[in-house]
Design a protein around this ligand. Structure first.
Ligand code: ADP
Length: 377
């Protein structure tokens, strides 16, 4: 029985040297957030943000060193740039003009991406990922260039819902090519980590993973990047919404959550970080009987619309609770592509159309395609 311990992992990591400094990464104090759970090991390697991509071989070497230990079933190492670069670490290399990327809420816009919309929910299981996938396909049906960023890194669903498997490639060793299906580009932690690997990540690791999926991916030109947020309205979600230059957010809710005010928590979260809430979508609104087509309002109907009005949010529409929506999205053939003319598909497309109206008004996209504005906040 060889239970894996912190000490054993650190001992193994001592064999890995930072080539620039010639010392091992443990002695240099670069390892943080070590977590071990049933043979699954996670940790962060803190690096100078200027070194970024150059540290990828080091990250891989660290993963391998730990993976070789008896009793380890999986290893996830992420690079973080949490600390301010140390004064001694190459301050002479700072660009002469002192040009630094803008930081602050949302960070810099990403060249080539015209708008970014977050899909959020007060809690899990309300259909946020299903709505993200079908809305993204709805945008594509409108002729837009669309990407999906699966930021739900604790439980990524987009690979399954979009029917994509395999791993992204990186021809230049710096940026990843997104995966593609049904005309959408997609990046998800689900492509990078085995599906059965439990995700037990500390805040900084989550943030660096999100930044890498957003900024180190060759998205090309996109009209809209749809972000599947992790469920909930806690600190983690708040920090994530601050890190992405969001054009706006939509909140997905079920009729019963409206009653529990989960949607209101979402609204407040985005208000805190000055992200406009574009509206609320009621999912699983009405139950359509698969046998006779009869519609039953299992939960009180009309509550979401009233609540949205009361809170000053637009009610973007309602989606039925229908087995077709579940079966198609869970099997990687979302209804918007598998039966585009079906009423279920058209309900998503109608919401996508209204959302794009709002987003394009916000970014002034009716004018001919122009270079993206760099927003310094
Ligand atoms: P979340 O992202 O909020 O956790 P998911 O999108 O993963 O939720 O949905 C949870 C489950 O509910 C999935 O099996 C999904 O297929 C199903 N589902 C979502 N929306 C609907 C709907 N409108 N009708 C039927 N099933 C749905």
């Amino acid at each position: 029985m060889s239970a894996i311990s912190d000490a054993k992992v650190l001992e193994a990591l001592k064999a890995v040297k930072d080539p620039a400094k010639g010392e091992d990464i443990v002695s240099l104090g670069m390892i943080s957030g070590l977590i071990i759970k049933d043979g699954n090991v996670g940790f962060a390697i803190e690096v100078d943000p200027r070194q970024g991509a150059a540290m990828e071989p080091l990250r891989k070497a660290a993963e391998k060193a730990v993976h070789d230990l008896a009793g380890v079933t999986s290893v996830t190492a992420v690079l973080t740039a949490e600390r301010a670069p140390q004064a001694s670490a190459g301050s002479s290399q700072a660009p002469a003009g002192g040009k630094q990327p803008a930081t602050g809420p949302g960070g810099t816009m990403i060249p080539g991406i015209r708008s970014i919309v977050a899909v959020a929910s007060g809690k899990g299981g309300v259909g946020k990922s299903t709505v993200t996938t079908n809305l993204a396909l709805g945008f594509a049906q409108l002729g837009l260039k669309v990407g999906v960023l699966d930021a739900d890194i604790y439980g990524p669903s987009q690979p399954r819902m979009l029917g994509i498997s395999g791993r992204p490639t990186s021809p230049d060793g710096k940026t990843l090519n997104p995966m593609e299906n049904y005309g959408l580009k997609c990046m998800s932690m689900g492509f990078l980590v085995a599906e059965d690997t439990p995700m037990i990540w500390r805040g900084p690791m989550v943030q660096s993973a999100l930044q890498q999926m957003l900024r180190d991916v060759d998205w090309g030109e996109l009209d809209i990047l749809v972000v599947d947020m992790p469920p909930g309205t806690g600190d983690a979600q708040l920090t994530m919404s601050q890190q992405v230059p969001l054009t706006g957010a939509v909140i997905v809710s079920t009729p019963q959550d409206i009653a529990l005010l989960d949607a209101r928590k979402g609204l407040n979260m985005f208000r805190k970080v000055d992200v406009p809430v574009l509206g609320i979508i009621e999912n699983m609104s009405v139950f359509v009987c698969p046998n006779c087509g009869h519609e039953s309002h299992i939960f009180s109907h009309g509550g979401a619309r009233r609540e949205a009005e009361r809170l000053g949010m637009e009610f973007l529409g309602e989606l039925p609770l229908d087995i077709e929506i579940r079966e198609t999205s869970d099997s990687g053939r979302p209804v918007v592509v598998s039966r585009p003319d079906a009423p279920n598909a058209q309900a998503f497309v109608a919401i996508a159309r209204r959302l794009w109206e709002k987003v394009s008004a916000q970014i002034g996209a009716d004018s001919p395609r122009q270079a993206p504005k760099i927003v310094m906040q």
